[in-house]
Design a protein around this ligand. Structure first.
Ligand code: HEM
Length: 438
């Protein structure tokens, strides 16, 4: 009876149950969707405590965004006369249109936040560091691809912000445009490319729409496939490095990768994943990894849908250049930049360097360059690769967390403590709501 119940539950949850390892490997290699997984995966790579499954969560959010985005494309009209009203129709006329819009909006916000948290986890586990234990591996490359993914994710979200063509959208874009304008020499040219002229109008809407629904998604998927392929080339997640080091300590020979040449066109060295085939250290990717990914996918989808029911996407009055909301705020993930812009104007004896240049361009560029150079500057030992808070990395982890804390505090100040004319208010102080139309 117990066996029957177990079999019933298994059938409900996952029908595929290979009887041998060979059958499991074959299933991975033969299946179109599964063949990009290795036949075996180390349990360390699968450990939730190591990766927090953030990459899969981001992937799920991206899938939700793609599906809901496609549905929205059938209903949204990218014209300054129609855009706002097509969103209104979605909210109030189209059956469940509000839900598709809310789901798209919340998934986008969550994705920006999760990508950032994923970056933090990768840094704190030293997973971007180069090691020569695995032939063909070069982990810094995936960190750099990740940095571009972060930028593309933020720009994707920002371009979507304009599309409802309401006051929130128009003025958030105006803030970004003013920051671009403060760049020396190229500022005016960059702004013209961004908004397609000198004022935000139909030209801006159509170029941001094309970037949002086509160019940036194309780029993000291309980068994502490269990101995933690099993880395989690197021999799995960085957490497995410790297994290799352990084997070397035990004086066990670490196998060299085999060189290959496909018709002389592509040459290379296979990752020596075999070295980690320690008993109990790896399992068949199918069904163990696939089942786990499916679970995280379903869970993330359910949580995101529940949040979409609870949190309504904002829609203010139609965009108008005739009146400015006070205060006008950028989307939350750019509020730390807006706050820096407000705080960093330097005045020296009649000579002024604008906050737009210092806080909006110079500081983020320096941060980005530092982040990009870090894998080459980090001299911590190989033992620190793929280990949370390794003792040799205490100083750099602390400095990194401090920078993250400052960014989070600036976002909080921008979101909660800035009132009309960007004056500072304590959380318990109230400001008078400025009229929205004159
Ligand atoms: C669209 C955004 C991104 C997606 C969908 C994504 C996806 C993934 C996935 C699925 C993994 C496997 C492990 C895990 O789940 O954590 C991973 C690992 C990794 N990601 Fe990302 N990622 C993104 C952005 C980033 C960013 C912003 C960075 C850093 C700048 C980054 C750097 C890395 C690195 C270095 C690894 C290997 C980690 C290790 O070996 O432990 N990724 N990513």
């Amino acid at each position: 009876m117990k066996k029957k119940i177990m079999a019933f539950i298994r059938n409900l949850t996952w029908t595929y149950n290979p009887s041998t390892e060979r059958e499991a490997s074959d299933a991975t290699a033969r299946n179109f969707l599964l063949h990009w997984f290795p036949a075996k995966t180390t349990t360390k790579s699968m450990s939730f405590g190591y990766s927090l499954a953030l990459g899969i969560i981001i992937f799920t959010q991206l899938t939700i965004l793609t599906v809901t985005g496609l549905i929205l494309m059938f209903l949204y009209v990218p014209s300054v006369e129609r855009a706002y009203w097509s969103i209104k129709d979605l909210q109030f006329v189209v059956p469940y249109g509000w839900f598709i819009r809310d789901l798209h909006r919340i998934a986008a916000q969550l994705m920006v936040a999760t990508v950032f948290i994923h970056l933090v986890r990768v840094f704190l586990t030293g997973a971007y560091k180069k090691s020569d234990k695995i032939a063909g591996s070069y982990r810094p490359l995936n960190w750099w691809i990740g940095l571009v993914l972060l930028l593309v994710t933020m720009i994707l979200s920002y371009t979507g912000y304009l599309l409802p063509w309401d006051q929130l959208a128009l003025w958030a874009i105006t803030i970004g445009d003013h920051i671009a304008l403060s760049a020396p020499v190229v500022g005016a040219a960059v702004s013209r490319v961004l908004i397609g002229g000198t004022i935000i109008d139909q030209n801006t809407l159509i170029r941001w729409y094309v970037a949002h629904v086509f160019l940036l998604p194309l780029l993000i998927f291309a980068l994502l496939f490269w990101h995933m392929w690099r993880i395989r080339k690197d021999g799995g997640l960085a957490g497995v490095e410790a297994l290799g080091i352990e084997r070397i300590k035990q004086d066990r020979v670490v196998a060299k990768g085999k060189t290959y040449s496909l018709m002389g066109v592509v040459t290379g060295v296979t990752p020596t994943i075999t070295q980690y085939r320690v008993r109990g250290a790896s399992v068949s990717s199918s069904p163990y990894v696939t089942r786990r990914i499916l679970m995280i996918f379903v869970l993330t989808t359910v949580v995101t849908m529940a949040l979409a029911f609870m949190i309504k996407a904002p829609l203010e009055q139609p965009a108008s250049l005739m009146w400015t909301p006070n205060p006008a705020k950028a989307p939350w993930y750019f509020l730390w930049l807006q706050e820096l812009v407000a705080d960093t104007t330097i005045r020296l004896k009649g000579f002024t360097i604008s906050g737009g240049l210092v806080g909006g361009i110079m500081i983020p560029t320096v941060l980005l360059l530092f982040a990009a150079a870090w894998p080459l500057l980090d001299k911590s030992p190989d033992e620190a690769i793929g280990v949370w808070f390794h003792k040799s990395r205490r100083l750099q982890n602390t400095a990194f967390l401090l920078v993250c804390a400052v960014i989070v505090i600036l976002i909080y100040v921008g979101a909660v403590m800035r009132g009309p004319y960007w004056h500072l208010y304590m959380p318990w102080q109230h400001w008078i709501k400025m009229p929205t139309r004159f």
